[in-house]
Ligand binder design. Structure first.
Ligand SMILES: [Ca+2]
Length: 95
């Protein structure tokens, strides 16, 4: 047909064909997709940190002679943490 009316030349009712296209005429309405906002990443919480610490003796000789056999370590963290303290000898080996 030449009157611009809809035709179904391929027997597919899901589409339609125009015999005479209409340049400049909007045959369909374009609907812009709604932009999906990019989720704002949640800032990572600051890792736990040491607030204060005291060590009564930095060097100990735990040989039971009563001289510098012990030390006292007091740590305060910014939050509750599971902490491990390593005691190393002069050759940097763990006890
Ligand atoms: Ca000692």
């Amino acid at each position: 047909m030449a009157d611009g009316t809809e035709q179904d030349t391929d027997d597919n009712s899901a589409d339609f064909e125009l015999d005479t296209p209409t340049p400049g005429t909007q045959n369909i309405t374009f609907v812009a997709p709604t932009p999906t906002p990019t989720p704002t990443p949640t800032p990572s919480p600051a890792p736990p940190s040491i607030i204060t610490y005291t060590i009564s003796n930095l060097i100990i000789s735990p040989n039971g002679d009563g001289v510098d056999d012990t030390t006292s370590i007091d740590l305060a963290f910014s939050e509750s943490v599971k902490a491990e303290v390593d005691i190393i000898d002069s050759k940097r080996r763990k006890s």
